[in-house]
Design a protein around this ligand. Sequence first.
Ligand SMILES: [Ca+2]
Length: 400
Amino acid sequence: MKKNKKKEEQETMRANLTLLTAPLLAPLAMVLLAVELLCASAPVTAAEQPKKVIYETDMCLDVDDVGGLAILHAMADLGEAEILAVTFNEVHPSGAAAIDAINTWYGRGGIPVGIYKGNLAAPDISKYLGPVAAFPHDLTRETAPTALEVYRKVLAAQPDKSVTIISVGFLNNLYDLLKADPDLVGKKVKEMVVMGSRNHDGFNLSRHDTVAQSEFVIRNWPTPLVISSHGGGTKTGAKLSGAAAKNPVREAYYQWFDQFYEGRSSWDQVAVLYGVRGLGNCFREITTGKGTLRNGFEWQMQPGHRSYLEAKLSDQGFVDIIEPLMIKPPRKHLAAGIEWADGSRGSAAAINLQAVEQWGLFETSFKAPPPCRFADGREVLRHIQNGRRKHHRAGLLGWR
Ligand SMILES: [Ca+2]
């Protein structure tokens, strides 16, 4: 019963929710259309469940890890993903707090966050973890469990072959997991996506003297392991300048660019996109040829075991999918509630009060016409109908 209700809510949310985060209808409609034409909006059908994801990140030196977590939350809001845990493979003291702050911003402060408690050679510095950790959160490095503890607990509670791990950093946590409990990995994990270069990777698969650990993982990982390398030319994040000041994702990008907004490479978002939505029309999977590490280790691509992705879209094509997800306000702000003028509650209405306050405009669907008012008493003044889709849609402009 509970499950059905949840599914129903998700479907309702997907049906209802189309936000306007720009002040004009027409350009937004074009953006939405473009997104649909690309690999995007990975429709979750009634039979499909959200992808169960663990996000393994080195969120520290570069900022695309933040963008990756942001779009993962956005896709969770759309019913496409369920974030089981976030694990941190760097050792920065503010890492756990910053990750928890981002999860909290998206209304998911309860997501387990596990950290690496070993030593890393020459740990990375960060321009943004400290500032992001100043946003509301309740987890610290001291109170965070190890990534291994989180993996064991979270994986054990999941159905067999159901979990997708998206690794966008170093493989040290995954090495620890695979050493400690290979059977658990084989039993519960469905697929692992590894962001890295297929040949002679100089960062994720080798930095901090981790190349031997990377070799162990690639050699022994018992499920399909897909390498994702695209994203260097996919520059996203500049539009965060228009996001809410309380948004820690915005803060991370702002600090990374030395207090400026600009587009940054999107390697990690591209890996997340594949991890949640699959190949779609964004990627082609290559299952022949070899991969190599800097220590000389070579592995053979093999269908259903080891493979890598080729991008089918232009960088702009990826930007058009990723950036709207990065700037999408959290659903907790969308579900602020609405009351009709007769006092009944519009439980199905998903409203982005934040966008309303920012732009004075939003779009959602209603089964009844206005007049209506927000739960806080403000009345909607004007109503715009847009019936070009199968769901009745209405935009509401202005309030008092
Ligand atoms: Ca990363």
